[in-house]
Write a protein that binds this ligand. Structure first.
Ligand SMILES: [Mn+2]
Length: 486
């Protein structure tokens, strides 16, 4: 758990930036329906989480610098015995005063009556428009209510200021506590990637690797993942945001795994690519080492005073040069870079900010110039090469997808790679994969894999004896009985 003092510090910082006569209002995320009466696992809004550290749905944070009865007001659900028996514990009003540092708290159901009063005679409202349409509307309603009271000597706020502007600038610079959380997410995820490299073998399903990743992360304290895992074998590795993860991993192909655990809300974001059978082919190795070289060059450009785009420029240069060296591009390097000739092979950028959100908040440009890197920022460095079905290149080069991604913190003197422990050199990967007798330690439950084969073997199933059918019926009956008992 993060100490509540950390959240108090953040709120104080924000209130200083807001100044007097102002109020900040921030609602957490709503619950999302998955299907009918089943919800997705709840995840608070990251801005809200950053300031409140409060994980319950239906909550609104209000900051009023200088308010006599307390500057931090938190609206949340009331305690409710029945609801808590069915759906889980609630902090309630007393709970958020005791454990979450709130100065004042009201039931969320009373917000219509209370919040307009808190806005009285404030000049500025800090609020992020356009995230929750219904809440935007309610807020406008509350302001209009106040406007109707002018004759009673009450003034309504006349100025709306984008809250995310201040807040996202704060979130861009990670505190020591935040770095600690991110390191934990990173180290758990590194272990998970290592586990997958050891376990991977031909004829596994992509989702079986995904399952191993989830297991290792959750088992080690990351209750959730930072984003849906990408596990793409062969040509699927060329689909940048591939998440179907339902194909069979084939001997001779590479597999690309882009996955990261989340710890206390903080993301890690790691990609590793390796041969399904444990040995890189000559072409795979040539392209892989090129991406690795590009990544090293990019990471080298991460230091205070460097600018946001410098790592990308370094990666593009190495990749373009390398593609020429391998005969996949022809021409003068300068011109190829200028014409973006590398783009059919490398179509995305080299990274993004990382934090509570996997694509974290923070401006990339200031006054239309690439932003300077400063200590405390955390970013990913993730160059890649994706040859796809490119008919302009020889067949042996096609359908290879490679990305190598690490999480890098800008330090006072340079950088610190948070995800070094996930193996990535050709030698390390091949040695690790050779070190385990992968066929014998096969974790794959073959029943899961029969799915595809059974389609072609239908005839055999039909031929099966009545006896088998009878036992199957029995099993179904048993299942139904046990279901009723639950
Ligand atoms: Mn990424």
């Amino acid at each position: 758990m993060i100490d509540i003092k950390e959240f108090t510090k953040r709120r104080k910082h924000l209130m200083q930036d807001m100044g007097k006569d102002s109020i900040a209002i921030l609602a957490t995320a709503g619950e999302q329906v998955r299907n009918r009466d089943v919800n997705y696992a709840f995840r608070p809004d990251s801005d809200f989480l950053y300031l409140a550290g409060f994980w319950e749905p239906e909550a609104v944070l209000v900051l009023i610098p200088g308010r006599k009865h307390g500057e931090y007001v938190l609206f949340c659900r009331e305690k409710d015995e029945t609801q808590e028996i069915w759906h889980g514990r609630r902090a309630g009003q007393e709970g958020v005063l005791d454990s979450y540092g709130a100065d004042d708290s009201f039931p969320i159901t009373d917000i219509d009556e209370i919040l307009p009063g808190l806005m009285e005679n404030k000049t500025r409202v800090f609020y992020t428009m356009g995230i929750h349409a219904d809440f935007d509307q309610r807020l406008t309603g509350w302001v209009n209510q106040l406007k109707q009271k002018v004759r009673m000597g009450i003034t309504a706020p006349g100025e709306f200021v984008a809250l995310d502007h201040l807040l996202h600038e704060m979130r861009l610079f990670k505190s020591a506590t935040e770095i600690k959380m991110m390191k934990k997410a990173a180290s758990v995820s590194c272990k998970a990637h290592e586990r997958l490299i050891k376990i991977c073998q031909p004829e596994m399903q992509e989702y079986q690797l995904e399952a191993e990743f989830v297991h290792e992360c959750m088992f080690n304290g990351c209750r959730d993942l930072a984003y849906p895992s990408i596990v793409g074998g062969g040509e699927n590795g060329c689909i940048l945001h591939y998440t179907e993860n339902n194909a069979t991993l084939k001997d001779g192909e590479l597999v690309l795994v882009d996955a990261g655990g989340e710890y206390q809300g903080y993301a890690s974001d790691i990609t590793r690519t390796y041969p399904v059978n444990g040995r890189f082919s000559a072409e795979q190795k040539a392209l892989y080492e090129l991406v690795l070289e590009a990544q090293a060059a990019a990471i080298n450009m991460v230091y205070p005073g460097s600018h946001w785009n410098a790592p990308h420029e370094a990666a593009v240069k190495v990749i373009t040069k390398g593609l020429v060296r391998l005969g996949l591009l022809k021409g003068r390097i300068d011109k190829l870079i200028k014409d973006e000739a590398y783009k059919p092979f490398y179509m995305h950028r080299t990274g993004h900010w990382l934090g509570l959100d996997v694509h974290d908040v923070g401006d990339y440009k200031v006054d239309n110039e690439w932003r300077m890197l400063e200590p405390g920022m955390v970013l990913t460095i993730e160059p890649g090469i994706y040859t796809g079905e490119n008919r302009k290149i020889a067949k042996k080069w096609r359908n290879i997808g490679i990305r190598i991604e690490d999480d890098v913190r800008v330090t006072r003197t340079g950088h610190d790679v948070l995800t070094l422990k996930a193996p990535k050199s050709v030698a390390a990967i091949e040695a690790l994969m050779a070190s385990v007798n992968r066929r014998l330690s096969n974790p794959v439950d073959n029943e899961v894999m029969i799915k595809k084969k059974s389609v072609t073997k239908k005839k055999v199933v039909r031929k099966s004896s009545r006896l088998k059918k009878a036992t199957r019926k029995k099993a179904v009956r048993k299942k139904a009985i046990s279901r009723n008992n639950n």
